[in-house]
Design a protein around this ligand. Structure first.
Ligand SMILES: CC(C)(COP(=O)(O)OP(=O)(O)OC[C@H]1O[C@@H](n2cnc3c(N)ncnc32)[C@H](O)[C@@H]1OP(=O)(O)O)[C@@H](O)C(=O)NCCC(=O)NCCS
Length: 179
């Protein structure tokens, strides 16, 4: 499988917040936003691996600013790293006031997708090539985020999370591995 560039996975989505998308405060509902984020992330993961993909996990999401009724939701999605069958996807969300042409941060999150074969079993994905400084930094940190989420998901023993431990105990001096 040929490695693919992070930039090639880019997905940009825009949605208009309509009355049916809002809560009683007149702001976009968190659940509706997460639905759009999941769709954008699935498209980015699918662009990278050209296989059907399943959401395996969603990391912590904090909403910095509410997005108002009538504002535009701007979602940008890009892969940060591909592992064996899974891919980490970074999703960034802004609100946009179209009348005042003002854009404000809403939130950022990392989702993990797993590529599936015809029997719906995890299937290998191409490696990801990080080119820009930001992509390289995201790529490097993806390993620590993966270890943290696998520990929280009961899929990894904390003792095996060498890169994550090295954050807290630098002397642990981890060499980068895939786990
Ligand atoms: C995600 C799923 C396919 C993983 O299948 P599995 O049999 O547990 O497979 P494995 O343990 O072999 O793991 C496969 C990959 O998933 C990753 N994975 C599994 N659980 C994970 C989790 N909680 N968070 C992040 N990655 C996870 C593994 O690290 C592995 O990645 P790698 O191959 O790159 O190392 C399976 O758990 C599933 O179908 N879950 C339900 C998904 C779903 O319904 N999503 C919502 C609707 S789209």
């Amino acid at each position: 499988m040929e490695a693919k560039k992070a930039a090639d996975s880019l997905v940009v989505m825009n949605e208009l917040v309509l009355p049916n998308d809002t809560n009683t405060f007149g702001n976009l509902m968190g659940g509706r936003l997460m639905y759009w984020m999941d769709i954008g992330a699935a498209m980015a993961a699918g662009k990278h691996c050209n296989k059907p993909c399943m959401t395996a996990s969603v990391d912590n999401i904090s909403f910095k600013n509410p997005i108002k009724l009538g504002n535009i939701v701007h979602i940008e999605v890009k892969l940060t790293r591909a592992f064996t069958t899974s891919m980490e996807v970074r999703i960034r969300v802004w609100g946009e006031d179209p009348l005042h042409q003002h854009r404000y941060e809403s939130n950022e999150a990392y989702f993990t997708f797993v590529a599936l074969d015809k029997d719906n079993r995890p299937s290998p994905v191409p490696e990801l090539i990080a080119e820009t400084e930001e992509e390289k930094s995201q790529y490097k940190a993806a390993l620590r985020r993966r270890q943290l989420r696998l520990i929280l998901g009961g899929k990894m023993a904390p003792d095996d999370a060498t890169e994550l431990k090295a954050l807290f105990v630098p002397a642990a001096g981890a060499t980068e591995s895939k786990t």
